[in-house]
Design a protein around this ligand. Structure first.
Ligand code: B3K
Ligand code: ZN
Length: 874
């Protein structure tokens, strides 16, 4: 496979203005007729051949303006179709045959639980018909779907239904018309025996929109939350961005087999059932919140992605970074903003930083790729969102809104670039983003080394910031970025934010300084008392910040910082320092000693009256093993696990009564609701229970058992079951696990949780359990959710067992990747990721991990897996 380069971009020679499709559905042999209205772009000369993408299509008929083509007038290859000579403007008719049943890659038209469905982004449409399958070709679509009246009573596609009728042989059809020009990646079709839940929404200009969620019959009771979330998202986009929905109908369909979370097809969003279905008994609080966020995300794409789309796939972050930013702000607005920020950043610093530090590190706008399917990454999505967030903070709320209005108006119906977006922000604010654009082209996590000095005599505080971005593959040298650093100076005497004066300018108590050079000094004057700086408030830039804080400084900030995010972060930093010592002690075989300052900091937290329980729950949560690993020069999974367990146990022993009290105070029998207040109580209560279970306190074991048996809601049940299964109390855990598995054998989404709970067990017997569960009747390698729940969870969330010294964890993963490479390359490529981080481990493990990568490389690989393995072994 050869890479594709951004610098090779050329506008299409031919555009399609209108696309008329007819699907005659059949599981093994679906016929697709396409009539394309095609025009040559005036800049291209007559005689330019027409090139269409197409994969795995059997061509049955081809005609231009009604004239069938002779065999020497065109050529069909592995990647598509070339017609040597075509007129300036013409109608192209093709008919192809495809086999949805054999489509295990879940890209193009495939079958899931007996229904037909599609996934076209990024390049799946070429598996449906011959087409210029690129986002800068936008056409209006008419789609006629013909299906079996009994097997497929419901026939859906994009837009509005305009005609339906009966056909001979128990067949029927529906014709859909989508007036909004769209690229092929937004095409969708669904056909099957589905039921709907319907609601209505009146837009801000008074238009009535019908909302439908289509599911299998047994899931009809799991749609309420998604529908409520959709309506909230529609209103929010009107109020926050002035964006209104633009069709009479908006549909969501839940499918069981789906490579990603969901897809924003015009008017017909297709969702992984895991990203849309919820019920208090089957879904956790986290799942409710995830559904809310994804429903909103896909809906927001209707403007940021569909009405204005990407010129080419290098611009993917144009729609994804912006839309993630939009969904983050939405969730922050309707839940707790600081908690949302903490959760997002905790995830970002763990997972995106790891991506940046590995062999697949790439810029938010990559300049080349082999397989675009590999670029739906944390960098494109989450780092892209952080960049949009910085832009929004730099220009301010109002200019950002003016800029986004300008963007949506100017580029409506067009396929554009990241420059177009940033250009609108520049125009709306009058600011210059030339240096800022480096955020899009430069890969890697920038690091800031900071230090400060207080000059008592002159009442001055001198802050020195130095930035450097480590080399990443293909980018040895880095340039200085424009990094906005939001900060305050917290007076050590008063415990208050001090007024800031910088170069004679008074700036309030919280301000942003702009680091643009490699090194810069900021001199704050009239600083009346010695401060501790609170830096990078709210995580104002996606960087690693090093500052030589003492543990006393951190405890102080944790108690006094006015920025909720930095209060949390100070606690994390304090825990990390203590964990560092314990990791070293473990490695050196020295006795571990608990840092009393950590215990003290936790005691203060537990004994204060919390004003926000959700934040308190976050503050009481230690950095994850993965995040601790991120901080280490060389990852020692066993030492990290031992150290973290030691701190958890130390805290539980020292603060047992507080944890018990917190648990009891936050128990709640009220009927379940996924509301911030209830969620906060549950998370606080469950954090407390987890600490007590770390020492297997007898009271706690009983509480966990009762919580499981009370069966009040899935959040509590799953948490209790997890704690029991992860403990040594198999006398209680085993029967509970059995009950749970039997109760929910009929519900695939709950069974996913049942798998995940078991494979995260830290005990060394878990690998056998993984193998055993892979043979369980509820498991299937063909279902991405199952693969993620069992294999993905094991490899990513059970470091001590995945990184077993004998390499058995690696072998299991590689075996699975090899099998999946044939079935579903996109999922196989995602799964291989943990092995690509081999450089972070000791030599023995490195050798084992590379050995497995080489074993994978020896296979006949899909471009997806090939690209990752090549990069990892380069
Ligand atoms: N745009 C889709 C991504 C689908 C990618 C499949 N390879 C989901 C989303 O970001 O909303
Ligand atoms: Zn998206």
């Amino acid at each position: 496979p050869q890479p594709i380069f951004l610098s090779d971009y050329r506008p299409p020679a031919y555009r399609v203005t209108r696309t008329e499709l007819t699907f005659d559905l059949d599981p093994h042999a679906t016929r697709v007729k396409a009539r394309l209205h095609i025009e040559r772009h005036p800049e291209h000369e007559a005689g330019t051949p027409l090139e269409l993408d197409g994969e795995r299509l059997v061509l049955k008929r081809i005609a231009i303006d009604g004239q069938p083509l002779e065999p020497d007038e065109y050529q069909v290859g592995e990647a598509g179709l070339v017609v040597h000579r075509v007129p300036k403007a013409f109608l192209l008719d093709t008919e192809v045959e495809i086999a949805p049943d054999g489509n295990t890659a879940l890209s193009g038209l495939y079958r899931s639980s007996g229904m037909f469905c599609t996934q076209c982004e990024a390049e799946g449409f070429r598996r449906i018909t011959f087409y210029p399958d690129r986002p800068d070709v936008m056409a209006s679509f008419s789609t006629t779907v013909i299906g079996d009246a009994e097997r497929e009573p419901v026939l859906l596609s994009n837009g509005n239904p305009v005609e339906r009728g009966e056909l001979p042989g128990e067949r029927h059809f529906v014709t859909w018309e989508d007036p909004h020009p769209k690229p092929s990646y937004l095409f969708a079709l669904v056909a099957g025996d589905l039921r709907k839940v319907e609601d209505a929404f009146t837009t801000m200009s008074g238009r009535d929109v019908t909302l439908q969620i289509w599911v299998e019959e047994e899931n009809l009771d799991k749609t309420e939350h998604a529908m409520a979330s959709l309506k909230r998202a529609m209103r929010w986009d009107e109020q926050t961005y002035g964006r209104e929905y633009d069709l009479d109908l908006f549909m969501i369909v839940a499918v069981n087999d789906f490579n990603m979370g969901a897809m924003e097809n015009k008017g017909l969003n297709i969702f992984n059932s895991a990203a849309v279905l919820t019920h208090p008994r089957t879904a956790t609080d986290a799942a409710f919140q995830r559904v809310e966020g994804i429903v909103a995300h896909e809906y927001f794409h209707n403007w940021s992605g569909n009405r204005v789309t990407c010129r080419d796939w290098f611009q993917l972050s144009l729609k994804e970074g912006f839309t993630v930013f939009r969904d983050q702000c939405f969730s922050a607005d309707i839940n707790s903003a600081p908690v949302k920020r903490i959760e997002d950043v905790a995830f970002f610093r763990t997972a995106q930083f790891a991506e940046d530090a590995g062999p697949t590190a790439h810029p938010v706008r990559p300049d080349h790729y082999i397989e675009i399917g590999n670029f739906y990454t944390l960098t494109i999505y989450e780092k892209g969102a952080e960049i949009v967030r910085m832009l929004s903070n730099l220009v301010g709320k109002e200019a950002f809104r003016r800029g986004s209005d300008l963007y949506f108006e100017r580029f409506d119906g067009q396929a554009v670039t990241i420059e177009d977006f940033v250009g609108c922000m520049a125009e709306a604010s009058g600011q210059d983003f030339e240096q800022f654009m480096r955020w899009y082209s430069q890969a890697g996590t920038p690091q800031i080394d900071a230090h400060g000095e207080y000059d008592y005599a002159n009442a001055e505080y001198r802050l020195i910031l130095r930035q450097r971005t480590p080399a990443t593959p293909g980018q040895p040298e880095k340039q200085a970025l424009h990094i906005p650093v939001r900060l305050g100076l917290v007076g050590t005497k008063s415990g208050r934010d001090l007024p800031l004066t910088l170069e004679g300018e008074t700036l309030g108590t919280d301000t942003v300084i702009h680091l643009r050079e490699e090194e810069q000094e900021f001199l704050f004057t009239e600083v009346s008392e010695a401060p501790v700086p609170s830096l990078l408030r709210g995580f104002s830039a996606p960087v690693k910040l090093h500052f030589p804080y003492s543990r006393e400084d951190l405890a102080f900030l944790q108690a006094h910082d006015t920025d909720g995010f930095n209060r949390w972060d100070a606690g994390q930093r304090l825990s990390l320092l203590a964990l560092d010592d314990l990791i070293a002690a473990h490695r050196n075989g020295v006795e571990k000693v608990m840092d009393p300052r950590v215990v003290e900091a936790f005691r203060v937290l537990l004994e204060a009256q919390p004003d926000d329980k959700a934040i308190l729950a976050q503050m009481l949560t230690l950095p994850s093993e993965a995040y601790i690993a991120e901080q280490q020069p060389l990852v020692d999974v066993d030492a990290i696990h031992a150290a973290r367990t030691f701190v958890r146990q130390g805290l539980a022993l020292a603060l047992r009564d507080d944890f018990l009290r917190i648990y009891r105070e936050n128990q709640d029998d009220a009927p379940y609701a996924p509301e911030p207040e209830q969620i906060a109580r549950r998370s606080l209560k469950n954090v407390a229970l987890a600490y007590l279970m770390a020492i297997e306190d007898e009271d706690a074991v009983q509480l966990a058992r009762e919580q499981f048996e009370a069966d009040h809601n899935m959040t509590d049940v799953r948490h209790a079951l997890t704690l029991l299964v992860h403990s040594s109390r198999s006398d209680i855990a085993d029967p509970a696990l059995k009950t749970f598995g039997e109760t929910w054998a009929h519900d695939p989404l709950v069974m996913d949780q049942w798998f995940a709970i078991q494979v995260t067990r830290p005990q060394p017997d878990v690998l056998d359990r993984v193998r055993f569960l892979m043979a369980h009747p509820a498991f299937s390698l063909k279902n991405p959710n199952k693969v993620r729940a069992l294999i993905g969870t094991f490899a990513n969330q059970n470091p001590v067992n995945f990184h077993r010294a004998d390499g058995a964890g690696y072998r299991l993963l590689a075996d699975t990747v090899i099998e999946l490479n044939r079935l579903n390359p996109e999922i196989a490529a995602r799964l291989v990721t943990p092995l690509t981080h081999w450089a972070r481990f000791d030599e023995d493990r490195q050798a084992l991990m590379k050995g497995e990568l080489e074993r994978i490389r020896a296979e006949k690989l899909s471009p997806n897996v090939y690209e990752l393995v090549e990069k990892a072994l380069a």
